[in-house]
Design a protein around this ligand. Structure first.
Ligand SMILES: [Zn+2]
Length: 242
């Protein structure tokens, strides 16, 4: 098969994104996945199944076709690949997708409270209130469910998958991964405020939209978390990728 330029960098980004999500406690044992759009248009490069986020190296990132066939790479294909293929099919501007069972987001979705921009991270998602996928809390095992989830995301950067997890997306893998990190942190802050009786104040729509434009640099935060991973690997407290 001819080499496609950019693939090795993409596989490296998907793998590092997995390890960052592991560092941020978004792993659910071996479940959850990250993908990047194949530069050759053949499908998506996504994490192989059966491994935890913290175990993923570039060699564990496989090419899955738009119809779910494994075209390149070794390892199993996650059953929920349609989350990635259908969102990228619906959104030509999206080249990175994340799905995790982020624990604070799952708990937050269950209380049916509006997400409030009480901290910087919340302003990336509201206003309007965060999108919520409620068609099923079960696995996304068909193209139809993938399409329905993509429709819920619409032109936005994320949705809560009620009784299940989250989906986030971006123009690249870095943005998609960091959007998942920011969404989980926003839900955690909301849950803390809800546990203390509920937030009494939060950014106005005007302030939140202004903050959304300049508060965060996803790349800067990604680089920081990558350095933390590297440091923890040196200390031997995180398994280095095989
Ligand atoms: Zn899932």
């Amino acid at each position: 098969m001819p080499r496609v330029a950019g693939v090795e960098d993409l596989r490296t980004d998907v793998a590092l994104g997995c390890r960052i999500l592991g560092l941020e406690d978004q792993g659910d044992l071996v479940w959850g996945h990250v993908s990047g759009r194949d530069p050759g248009g053949r499908g998506v490069w996504m994490k192989a199944s059966g491994l935890g986020f913290d175990e993923i190296g570039a060699e564990n990132v496989i090419l899955v076709s738009w119809d779910g066939d494994v075209l390149e790479g070794d390892g199993g294909r996650h059953s929920e690949y349609a989350i990635h293929t259908e969102l990228m099919r619906a959104r030509p501007d999206v080249a990175g997708v994340v799905h995790t069972h982020a624990p604070w987001a799952v708990a937050f979705a269950s209380v049916e409270a509006p997400l409030r921009p009480v901290s910087h991270d919340g302003t990336l998602f509201v206003p309007p209130d965060i999108a919520r996928f409620t068609k099923t809390g079960d696995l996304i095992l068909t193209r139809e469910l993938g399409e329905a989830l993509a429709a819920t995301v619409g032109e936005r950067n994320a949705a809560l998958m009620v009784h299940h997890g989250i989906v986030t997306c971006g123009a690249d893998v870095v943005t998609a991964v960091m959007t998942a990190v920011f969404l989980e942190r926003a839900c955690r802050t909301n849950m803390r405020a809800l546990a203390a009786g509920g937030p009494k104040t939060w950014s106005s729509d005007e302030e939140a939209l202004a903050k959304r434009e300049h508060v965060y640099s996803p790349r800067m935060a990604w680089d920081y978390l990558a350095r933390r991973l590297a440091a923890s690997t040196r200390e031997g407290s995180v398994h280095p990728p095989a």
